[in-house]
Design a protein around this ligand. Structure first.
Ligand SMILES: C[S@@+](CC[C@H](N)C(=O)[O-])C[C@H]1O[C@@H](n2cnc3c(N)ncnc32)[C@H](O)[C@@H]1O
Length: 568
C-alpha cells in the first residue's frame, strides 16, 4: 500500500472519530503556555490533517497577527493547502512555519518518521510543533490503525528528526470528560527546531538524498551522539557508585583495623591474665603445702564435714522463696493452689517446701553419708533435683502417683547426663506393694538406701503402707523422713473444718506417729530414735534385722493384747 492511499484512509478515520474535547484542551494548553505572550508577532501556524469533522484547532489559534493554515491531503472544510505526497510536501517551503500542530493523525501514518522529517524541514529554526496522538483506545482500521504512542516513542520520533524535545507526556488517568475522550489517553509531543540547525536539508535537496543523509555516517553520528551522551551519563553514575563503594570499603577496612588492634589488646590482656593465673596457682600450691592448710583439713575431719560435697559455697538464697544451687534455681512455695498450677523448667524448679526443710536437708548432708535416696511425691520435680544437687547421690529413685512425666525433670536428666542417677517413676501409688516392691528391689537390691523421704499422699493409710513396703529397703542407721505429718493439727479453717475436699474423712497422720512411737518402744532394734518436728518425723532405723517376708509395723509393737485403732 502506498503512502498516498494511507493518508486517504486517515481522512476517513478523522471523519468518523471527530475532534474530541481532551485533544482540544491539550492544544489549548500548548498555545497558552508557549504562545500566550506572542500575539503581537506575525506567526504562521500549520495544522496537519486539518479537515474539520465536528471541529478543529483553528479557533484556538485565531489572532489578528497570526495566520492559521489548514493542511490536508484532501480538499475539504478547514483545508487551505492540499498536499499531494504525505512524505514530501512540495507545496510547503522549508523554514517557513512558526508552529506546526497535528491531532489524531500520526497513528494512521505507516512511516510516520518520514512525516517527522517533513515537519522538521518546514519549521523555522526556533519553531515549535505540538503533536497529539493516542496511547490506547480500540482498534479503528480505516483501513489501517498502525501505532499507539508513549512519551518515550514521542521523544524518539523527535530525536530522529533532530528536533529538541520540550515536553512529552501521556494522559494516563481518566479525567472529567463526558464525550468519550478518555478512551484514547492521548500522548503529546512538544518539540522545537534548533536555531542553529545546519543538520537540516535545504529545500532543493530531493527526498531520496535526505533519506540517504539520515542513513549516512553523518546522520548516524548525530543519532548516536545522543546515545553516547547517555552512555557517558551512565558511566558517570557508575563512577560515582564506584567512588561510594571505595569509600565504604575504606571505612570497613579502618573498622577492621581497629578491631584487629582491639583483638591484639585482648590477647595481651589474656596473656597477662594467664600469667596472673599461674602466679595464683603457685600461691595456692604453696598454701596447700602450708601448715594452715593442714590445720584446715584436720578441722574438717574433726567436724565430720564432707568437703567433697562443697555445695555450701554454691548455694545462694536470694530470699526465703528463691534459691540457687550451682546452675539450678528453685522457686519455693507451700501454697496448695500454686503447687497445683505452676510448673518447672529445666533450669528453674518449683519446690513444694519451706526454706527450713531445705536447710534441714543441707544439715543432714553435712552429718550423714547419703548416697542412695528413695523419694515419694515428685510433683514438679523440685525436691528430686534439690536432693540431687545437695547430696550428689549415686542414685535417687522417686515415685509419683500422676502418670504424666515432668518435662523439666526429663530435660534436667538429659542436660546433666544423669540418666543412671536420677530415676523417676510415674503412675505409681505409694501404697501399691507390687509396683513399689518391683522398683525398690530393682533399684536397691542390697537394701542399702541411706535416706527415704515420704512427701506423697500425707494420708495415714497410704503413708503407713508405704512405710511397711519401703522400710525394709533402708540400711541400718538410715533415715526415714515423713513430711507434713501434722496437717490434722494445723490451725485455720481449711485444716480444721473437716469438710475440705480431699481431706474430709481422712485419718490423721498422728495415728502413724503413735504407732511409730510404740514400735520404737517395743523394738529399739527396728527404730533407734524418732525426731518429731513441726512438719517432719525423722525415724532412724535400728541395728537389728527385720523379719523375713512382708513387713507390717502393727505386728511388732506391744500393747498388752489390745488392738490399735486409728482413733484420730
Ligand atoms: C506435696 S507434693 C510433693 C512435693 C515435692 N516433693 C516437692 O517438694 O516439690 C505431693 C505429691 O505426691 C503425689 N501423690 C499423692 N498421693 C500419692 C500416692 N498415693 N502415691 C504416690 N504419689 C502420690 C501427688 O501427686 C503430688 O505430686
Amino acid at each position: 500500500m502506498s503512502g498516498w492511499s494511507i493518508v486517504i484512509e486517515i481522512q476517513v478515520e478523522l471523519s468518523r472519530e471527530n475532534m474530541h474535547k481532551s485533544s482540544l484542551d491539550k492544544m489549548q494548553a500548548f498555545k497558552d503556555k508557549y504562545f500566550h505572550e506572542r500575539h503581537s508577532e506575525h506567526l504562521v501556524i500549520f495544522d496537519l490533517g486539518s479537515q474539520s469533522i465536528g471541529g478543529s484547532y483553528r479557533q484556538i489559534f485565531e489572532s489578528p497577527n497570526w495566520k492559521y493554515i489548514g493542511v490536508d491531503v484532501e480538499a475539504a472544510e478547514n483545508v487551505d493547502i492540499v498536499i499531494n505526497n504525505p512524505y514530501e510536501w512540495e507545496e510547503i517551503q522549508s523554514d517557513s512555519v512558526d508552529i506546526l500542530i497535528s491531532g489524531q493523525t500520526l497513528e494512521h501514518i505507516e512511516y510516520f518518521w518520514l512525516t517527522m522529517l517533513e515537519i522538521a524541514r518546514v519549521l523555522k529554526p526556533g519553531g515549535m510543533c505540538c503533536l497529539v496522538a493516542p496511547s490506547s483506545g480500540y482498534e479503528h482500521r480505516y483501513p489501517v490503525d498502525c501505532w499507539r504512542f508513549y512519551p518515550d516513542g514521542m521523544r524518539a520520533a523527535s530525536q530522529f528528526a533532530k528536533l529538541e524535545v520540550v515536553d512529552a507526556f501521556t494522559q494516563w488517568e481518566d479525567q472529567d470528560y463526558a464525550d468519550g475522550s478518555n478512551v484514547w489517553h492521548d500522548s503529546v509531543l512538544i518539540a522545537s527546531k534548533p536555531i542553529d540547525s545546519e543538520a537540516f536539508v535545504i529545500e532543493s535537496q530531493p527526498l531520496s538524498e535526505r533519506r540517504l543523509e539520515i542513513l549516512s555516517d553523518k546522520g548516524q553520528t548525530n543519532l548516536y551522539r545522543l546515545q553516547v551522551q547517555r552512555t557517558q551519563q551512565d558511566l558517570a553514575d557508575m563512577q560515582t557508585k564506584v567512588y561510594q563503594a571505595e569509600y565504604y570499603t575504606r571505612q570497613a577496612q579502618s573498622e577492621l583495623d581497629n578491631t584487629k588492634i582491639e583483638l591484639d589488646n585482648t590477647k595481651i590482656e589474656l596473656d597477662n591474665t594467664k600469667i596472673e593465673l599461674q602466679k595464683n596457682s603457685q600461691v595456692v600450691e604453696e598454701m596447700k603445702s602450708s601448715r594452715f592448710w593442714m590445720l584446715r583439713n584436720a578441722w574438717f575431719k574433726v567436724k565430720n564435714v564432707n568437703s567433697d560435697i562443697g555445695i555450701s559455697s554454691n548455694l545462694y538464697w536470694k530470699d526465703d522463696l528463691h534459691l540457687t544451687i550451682n546452675d539450678v534455681s528453685f522457686n519455693l512455695s507451700c501454697d496448695t493452689k500454686e503447687l497445683q498450677t505452676n510448673t518447672s523448667s529445666k533450669d528453674s524448679f518449683l519446690l513444694g517446701k519451706p526454706r527450713h526443710l531445705v536447710e534441714k536437708a543441707v544439715a543432714i548432708s553435712h552429718k550423714e553419708k547419703i548416697k542412695k535416696i528413695f523419694e515419694m511425691g515428685i510433683l514438679q520435680g523440685g525436691s528430686v533435683v534439690l536432693y540431687d544437687q545437695i547430696f550428689q547421690p549415686q542414685v535417687i529413685a522417686a515415685i509419683e502417683y500422676s502418670a504424666e512425666p515432668v518435662n523439666a525433670l526429663t530435660e534436667y536428666i538429659a542436660k546433666y547426663n544423669k540418666g543412671s542417677v536420677v530415676k523417676p517413676y510415674y503412675g505409681v501409688n505409694q501404697a501399691d506393694r507390687s509396683d513399689m516392691g518391683k522398683i525398690l528391689s530393682s533399684e536397691f537390691p542390697r537394701k542399702d538406701i541411706d535416706l527415704i523421704i515420704d512427701d506423697a499422699s500425707h494420708f495415714y493409710k497410704e503413708t503407713k503402707e508405704a512405710f511397711n513396703i519401703s522400710f525394709p529397703y533402708l540400711r541400718k542407721g538410715g533415715l526415714y523422713i515423713i513430711e507434713d505429718w501434722a496437717w490434722a493439727h494445723w490451725s485455720g479453717d481449711y485444716w480444721q473444718n473437716g469438710q475440705t475436699p480431699g481431706l474430709a474423712g481422712k485419718d490423721a497422720m498422728s495415728n502413724l506417729l503413735i504407732e511409730l512411737f510404740m514400735l520404737a518402744a517395743s523394738r529399739p532394734d527396728f527404730i533407734s530414735d524418732i525426731l518429731v518436728e513441726h512438719s517432719t518425723i525423722t525415724v532412724r532405723k535400728g541395728t537389728g534385722d527385720l523379719p523375713m517376708g512382708d513387713f507390717d509395723i502393727s505386728e511388732h509393737y506391744l500393747l498388752r493384747g489390745k488392738e490399735f485403732g486409728a482413733w484420730l
